[in-house]
Ligand binder design. Sequence first.
Ligand SMILES: NC(=O)CCC(=O)C(=O)O
Length: 296
Amino acid sequence: MAVTATDAIHPRFAKKPLFYSIGLKIALVQLSVGKDKSKNVAQAVKKIHQAKAKGAQLVALPECFNSPYGTKYFNDYAEEVPLGETSRALSQAAAEAGVCVVGGTVPERCGDKLYNTCTVWDINGKLIAKHRKMHLFDIDIPNKITFKESEVLSPGNELTIFECNGVKVGLGICYDLRFQEMAHLMAKEGCGLLIYPGAFNMTTGPKHWELLGRARATDQQLWVALVSPARDANAEYVAWGHTTLIDPWGAVVAKLDEKEDTLVHTVDLSMVEDVRNSIPIRLQRRTDIYDTVRKS
Ligand SMILES: NC(=O)CCC(=O)C(=O)O
């Protein structure tokens, strides 16, 4: 019996070939974010309804969409999930619009800890997934940018995968995009689309944002969506913008510039299987060497 790439990777997955034979219309909202939390949330809700009017089945918001991005802001803007004002607004918007909402990220308070957290709401407004950023953004590029999320945030310790209209979707948050192992595990679990709410900056954005998105899409042979806030040149942390959608060939199929806007596109999941059958790297991995001879 011929073995397809899909069979070899995940027997559970192979039982559901239709998984990849569908399209999912997604909207990636490049939101303008300011210091007024209620205004940020209200604007996000408005964009969710507008995206639904354009036929979106899933709407994704950017990283830190209810708060300015900066360690000094996280404690003041933090909320409990799902009790906080932002969770309640997203739940209501998802239910009223009848659309799946990937709620970018918010600073989440849980006991005495803070996390950078993405919530996912189904079309009934039910919380179906919650991802806490696993890799905290701690970098120091002399004379350019120093940022240390770990000064105030704790890392999440779980992979997060949810299902929307029969498509398995994996979540990462911004700096998580740099870690191919995480993307690999989500692909192995059967994801056809990875969504990364993110806020790259003016130093690393032009160099790495698209490159990393294309790398993850090419390595894992799946769709990758990167969702940024709009650029505010007067903010303390200036976001790169350039919300981008990448197909399983690693090609950019649509992208925004730096201004507030929404990218709407239908993701064709059959491409995942096509690429994997054409270039069967999933069958060709030398795990005998990677895992046994040299362990990193
Ligand atoms: N918010 C973030 O995690 C920013 C990540 C980033 O800019 C990078 O270069 O990585």
